[in-house]
Design a protein around this ligand. Structure first.
Ligand SMILES: *Cc1c(COP(=O)(O)O)cnc(C)c1O
Length: 435
């Protein structure tokens, strides 16, 4: 073989620590505020819904956080994940660019989300939590948490956005297989859900509504805590195994990326690939461009406002300083369900404000064209969310071709699309619309 295309690490090389970018940023992150008093939240404000160990991690500025042995053992079910070079895609694009991708779809759930799900389940378990409540959109997070709860012996309750509950049965069935109880949201199990259903029995639901229901469930059931699959500092922290592995694998490939790309919904897989590279920018003066890619239909980083906003629709969460479309923003029903969140992780927002990362937005038709080109050259069928990163990577490779110069591109392929084939069906039938 002329070119090595797959770069793998051994289990012993699974990172031993998570990397906290907040230890290295030149300006501190504005603190979350209590929704009532508008004062910075205290530890005890958060422990109603999260275990104390995770709240401490959420507020921590420690640079390297040791990964507990049971979490590393769970991660070893699928980590380290491979880094691949997309030589066939390079050829199809006739580009001098080298395109690498870190692949987070080779695990039982098919996305990066179990990286944090197992950590959150572990910390809850040792804190004495019996049951976790959460929300899910298309089901990637719900299924990841369902699996993690099973691995660590916790009960799991998932509020799943109604449209997805009915239109995307497969991840709901995965959740059932891993023993979770799943409700269509808005549901009759919470006062907030009942109120919304009384106003409109056909309410299609949203991520913000499902979060509100999961939080209400949490505060009403002793022994229950809440788990979030993105946005929060500790979630972004848990994903940094991705970028740390990728740095080692790029060294194996003998290259350094000029540009690092990730799709961004709440910001966690982007944080995972990007933060270790941001560290190299801050501490080693590297010039790497780091790009977050979002849907044009929900463009918090490129069109949103940087201000304090709620994480949910019912305005029950702390106020976070983030790029936001507004907590009552109802994103159009694009196929990349995992990118339909009104806000962006405060850490990612902060890096954007400081000019350490860039952001672009694409309409879904352009994204699916890229997904098709990737599937037809590399074989792998990408998740619609991840395909946003592919779109940006392809455009970088085309720009390199036009310049006639080599460019090393690295993107995170956050998941596979095998449970999203109805989206491909819509694209193939010419029924995919841009807003
Ligand atoms: C959930 C999801 C996303 C978006 O979430 P982030 O927190 O922004 O990473 C992206 N890709 C896949 C495959 C997902 O399941």
């Amino acid at each position: 073989m002329s070119t090595t295309t797959r770069f793998t690490l051994t289990q012993a090389e699974i990172p031993t620590h998570w990397y906290n970018v907040l230890a290295d940023v030149p300006e501190p992150l504005p603190p979350p505020l209590h929704p009532g008093t508008k004062q910075p939240v205290m530890l005890h404000d958060m422990t109603a819904i999260f275990p104390e160990n995770l709240v401490q991690q959420e507020m921590s500025a420690e640079r390297w956080v040791e990964i507990p042995a049971p979490v590393r053992e769970a991660l070893a079910l699928w980590r380290p994940t491979p880094l691949l070079r997309a030589v066939r895609l390079e050829k199809a694009l006739q580009t001098p660019a080298h395109i690498y991708f870190k692949y987070e779809g080779e695990n039982p759930c098919g996305s990066h989300k179990p990286n944090t799900a197992v950590a959150q389940a572990y910390y809850n378990k040792i804190a004495g939590t019996k049951r976790l409540a959460t929300e899910t959109g298309a089901g990637q997070w719900g299924s990841s948490l369902a699996m993690a709860c099973k691995l660590f012996g916790l009960d799991c309750r998932v509020y799943m956005v109604k449209v997805s509950y009915h239109q995307k049965p497969y991840r709901r069935l995965l959740m059932h297989t891993w023993g979770a109880v799943v409700h269509s949201s808005p549901s009759h199990y919470t006062d907030y859900g009942k109120k919304l259903l009384a106003e409109n029995p056909d309410n299609p639901g949203s991520l913000g509504i499902a979060i509100s229901e999961a939080i209400e469930d949490t505060v009403k059931h002793p022994g229950t805590k809440y788990a979030l699959g993105s946005v929060l500092n500790h979630v972004c922290l848990h994903q940094t195994v991705i970028g740390q592995e990728a740095i080692k694998q790029m060294t194996l490939a003998g290259e350094e990326p000029d540009v690092v790309i990730g799709c961004a919904g709440g910001g966690s897989n982007f944080a995972g690939i990007a933060f270790p590279f941001v560290r190299a920018k801050l501490t080693e003066k590297k010039k790497t461009r780091i790009v977050a890619v979002e849907p044009a239909a929900c463009p918090s980083l490129t069109k949103g406002e940087l201000r304090y906003d709620f994480g949910d629709t019912a305005m029950t969460t702390p106020l976070m300083m983030m790029y936001t479309m507004g907590h009552d923003f109802m994103p159009p029903e694009i196929h990349a369900g995992g990118l339909r969140y009104h806000g962006m992780a405060p850490t990612v927002s902060h890096l954007r404000k400081l000019g350490l990362i860039d952001a672009v937005a694409y309409p879904q038709s352009k994204v699916f064209e890229a997904a098709m080109q990737f599937a037809q050259s590399e074989g792998l069928v990408p998740a619609p969310e991840s395909s946003h990163a592919i779109r940006a990577a392809i455009d970088e490779a085309i720009a390199a071709r036009e310049e006639g110069k080599k460019r090393v591109i690295l993107f995170n392929l956050s998941g596979h699309g095998l449970l999203d084939l109805t989206s491909y069906e819509a694209f193939l039938a010419g029924k995919l619309r841009d807003e």
